[in-house]
Design a protein. Structure first.
Length: 199
């Protein structure tokens, strides 16, 4: 295949695929999808992502715990990620970050602590990161500037100014479906203001 889609953010580990996961993954190449990164959101999905990566040549795994899932994480969980981060099929640490939107998410200090730990793991293993940032722009930027990872701020929801700061760090800005909404202003402004090669 001379050209194909590289799906850098998928969740084929999700239970919604339990009945037809093998059929769907087995048919991706024929549909022009040449490589896939299955992105962990908690410990079970990170483990499943790695199993899928081992099973399918074109699937890679991102290991990480989403900020809404960090409550109850242990040192053993972080040790598991660390012990598997060097695997040849692990492409990134993610999805990690901060989410201050929901009141029932883990307390901010807990989110920040696990975000720092996972950023340190990414740097230790020289892996890019997949960053989740929702209503936590200032804290997210402070930590990105401190740890200077490579990777992407996924489903970017910040300002044009923040996008430019992300790019200055050598990272990418991931634009989600919000950029297509009729009333979208900031996402459209971000898309218009940053270079195509940084998206």
């Amino acid at each position: 295949m001379s050209s194909y889609i590289f799906d850098t953010h998928s969740h084929y580990d999700d239970k919604a695929f339990d009945s037809d996961r093998d059929e769907i993954l087995g048919g991706l190449l024929a549909k022009g999808i040449g490589k896939v990164v299955d992105v962990g959101a908690d410990m079970p999905s990170s483990k499943m992502a790695l199993e899928l990566a081992k099973q399918y040549e074109f699937v890679y795994a991102a290991l990480g715990v989403h900020p809404s899932e960090v409550e109850g994480l242990t040192e053993d969980d972080m040790a598991w990620i660390s012990s598997h981060a060097a695997h040849e099929k692990v492409a990134a640490i993610g999805e990690i970050g901060l989410d201050y939107h929901y009141e029932d998410n883990a307390p901010r200090d807990v989110q920040i602590a696990f975000f720092k730990t996972q950023l340190q793991l990414a740097n230790q293993y020289q892996l890019p990161v997949i960053i989740h940032d929702r209503e936590a722009h200032a804290d997210t930027m402070d930590l990105l500037k401190k740890y200077k990872p490579k990777g992407v701020v996924h489903c970017f929801s910040g300002s044009v100014e923040m996008a430019k700061e992300v790019i200055k760090l050598g990272m990418y800005v991931g634009l989600g479906g919000a950029v297509t909404f009729k009333n979208a202003k900031t996402p459209v402004a971000v898309a218009a203001s940053i270079p195509l090669e940084s998206m």
